[in-house]
Design a protein around this ligand. Sequence first.
Ligand SMILES: Nc1ncnc2c1ncn2[C@@H]1O[C@H](COP(=O)(O)OP(=O)(O)OP(=O)(O)O)[C@@H](O)[C@H]1O
Ligand SMILES: [Mg+2]
Length: 231
Amino acid sequence: MIEIQDLTKTHYRGETEVRALRGVTCRIPKGSFTFIFGPSGSGKSTLLYLMGALDNPTSGAVSVNGRNLAELSARDRDEYRRGDVGFVFQSFNLLKNLDAVGNVLVPFMPKGISPDMRQRAVELLKHVGLGNRLDHRPNQLSGGEQQRVAIARALLKNPALVLADEPTGELDSETGAEVFGYLRRLHVEQQTTVVVVSHDDRYVTDGDRVLELQDGQLRNGEAGGTERNED
Ligand SMILES: Nc1ncnc2c1ncn2[C@@H]1O[C@H](COP(=O)(O)OP(=O)(O)OP(=O)(O)O)[C@@H](O)[C@H]1O
Ligand SMILES: [Mg+2]
């Protein structure tokens, strides 16, 4: 469970101040599927990065399972980022000189890759339908395929939490639906908590949570968003 308490983030650039988040309070229950919507510049990525401990808040707190991320030791923070969270970004962030298997294994390279781990990377790539693309490099893959490599990479560590920042932003709608299909499956099969920034509300289904940001604040109240139910 993630608890976000009166979170603010101000970016400073020379003389100018940008108040990217202006007091956001909400909770994201364990095992939920949450969408973050909002116009460009409303603070969506900033909020996601703070949840992933990729950045520090200006004030307020993000607590995960009762631990304030800003108060973790450098080591615990690193462990959280590396072990607990799977990140999926809009631009895939793949390394062009590595094939699909290599790109899945990248986060683990500093510690060394065991044959077991390589095998698991291959299994994950098969799971996302890329069993016949294992030795392809990013420029030999379609956008959707590259994003699926990035998803396999995020899943290698069995993360409790997946944070996805416009994972379908660069994809056509068919491939986008495919990518959401994988995120959804992960959520259903492994009860992974998924938080996804998106511009597209077509992928929202029954029981999902929706947070709407505008000018760094939540539009739909402080209670933690609304659950959408089709009726
Ligand atoms: N490192 C930074 N330095 C200065 N300003 C920043 C920085 N990062 C973000 N901002 C500003 O903070 C505001 C919120 O940015 P953020 O990236 O969170 O928006 P967003 O909702 O993700 O937008 P988009 O949909 O375009 O990705 C924007 O006005 C942006 O220009
Ligand atoms: Mg963004």
